[in-house]
Design a protein around this ligand. Sequence first.
Ligand SMILES: Cc1ncc(COP(=O)(O)O)c(C=O)c1O
Length: 282
Amino acid sequence: MPNIAYVNGRFLPLEEATVSIEDRGFQFGDGVYEVIRVYGGLPFRLPEHLSRLVQSMQAVSISPFLDHEKWDAIIREGLQRSTYLECKVYIQVTRGVAPRDHLFPEVSNPTLVMTFREMADLPRHLVEQGVAVVTRPDLRWARCSIKSLNLLPNLLAKQEANQAGAFEAILIKDGLVTEGTSSNVVLVKGSALLTPPLSDQLLAGVTRQAVLELAKSNGIGVEERAVREEELGQADELFLIGTTIEVLSISTLNGKSVGIKAPGEMTIRLREKFHDLVYRKL
Ligand SMILES: Cc1ncc(COP(=O)(O)O)c(C=O)c1O
């Protein structure tokens, strides 16, 4: 079967999958989501993604209706049906279908949608040359640690980045770096990494956690502290991290070159270590 979807208990071809126009996800963005990368048929850090999904659901008062084993079983069945070894699993949970009203329905019946799509490697030129980024104001709400469906400010900033010829926008709030529109941001200073600490201002990236663990286990220093916007321009290297981009070098920031060369040595090293980790070579 090619790309497939799962909608409230049923697997079907992606193009046949639908939800009601009265779904609160469609009406209000009233829901949360996850994206999981599958390498060689094995989901990377599935328990961490599922824990974050359940936390996001709880944070918006959608009662977790499946335990980890059930989530796991659906995902594994989807992977089997799709036959993909390299793919991306998207999970979306909304507060379900109800007549449009800002108040929650008295009884809500959450909608669960998953898609299973084949993933190609990132285009080589992005990996080998690094990507351009621009800074943009962070116009999002105060609870960005929730992986909510409400992505409009992220989309607007990403679109602006694209129009400026850049791959990603790094978001700035009160003079401090928060994250990318769909990525976390890491600076390399000397032989150590620097990244903003976890807070309500950014998503606790599963890739972020993995990369920081890799750094620590390889004797690379890691500092998690507030990062001022101007520090971006002073970094020796900059890179983005996220489920679909993995570890991706930044070559230019607002049109200016970053460091001596991109990708820098640390970025290359961590990208390689990350690949060893996801393909279970570590
Ligand atoms: C806003 C934002 N920050 C960070 C990330 C990276 O998180 P992860 O590594 O779990 O994919 C994402 C991923 O989509 C994101 O949307």
